[in-house]
Design a protein around this ligand. Sequence first.
Ligand code: HEC
Ligand code: HEC
Length: 151
Amino acid sequence: MKMRVILSGLIGGLLLCGAVVANDYVTNGGLQSLRGSTELDSQQDAQQMKKVVEQAKPYENDYVFQPPLIPHQIRHYEVNLNANKCLSCHSWKNARDSGATKISVTHYEARDGEVLSDVSPRRYFCLQCHVPQNDAQPLIENQYQRVESLR
Ligand code: HEC
Ligand code: HEC
């Protein structure tokens, strides 16, 4: 009985020591990940917001039927059940006055090809397909090239 108590005390002590020692050596082993080389047990500083590239002329497409990239800032542009800021410039009604490109006819087509009198629900949430660009470097090197016919 006595022996058992001593033994479990010993094991308990060892485990505790182990935990303390392990805690002192939490390390990412020098590996870099998307969170940089910040150690696992500390919080990485938030990165600076990247600047959206704004330009006067549209981006060139990389493949046929690509949703064109957005060449302007879209911060605070609401798109929800009650309002669609994008359409206040890009709808057929407002495009002439705003100088923005009209959304194309495809944006009025329902799934079965039926042409509606207003923007099709499946084209309502513009940012599903259209995105602005920022000055970030690609996370992973790649050799992507524009399709031959558009080069
Ligand atoms: C204040 C008016 C305005 C609003 C609001 C607006 N845009 Fe634009 N947008 C423009 C103008 C003007 C252009 C074309 C000139 C330019 O390149 O800036 C343009 C260009 C674009 C283009 C490029 C079109 C092409 O031919 O390549 C896309 C895509 C686009 N906008 C999407 C959006 C989306 C999505 C939203 C909502 C999140 C939005 N825009 C909100 C005015 C607006
Ligand atoms: C499901 C994807 C999708 C959604 C959602 C969508 N678009 Fe598009 N958009 C496209 C594609 C693909 C093209 C290019 C081919 C075409 O015109 O259909 C395009 C083209 C455009 C163009 C260029 C038209 C031209 O004649 O060059 C504008 C401007 C545009 N979209 C604005 C918008 C706005 C504003 C919204 C939201 C109301 C929106 N899009 C929602 C996919 C989408």
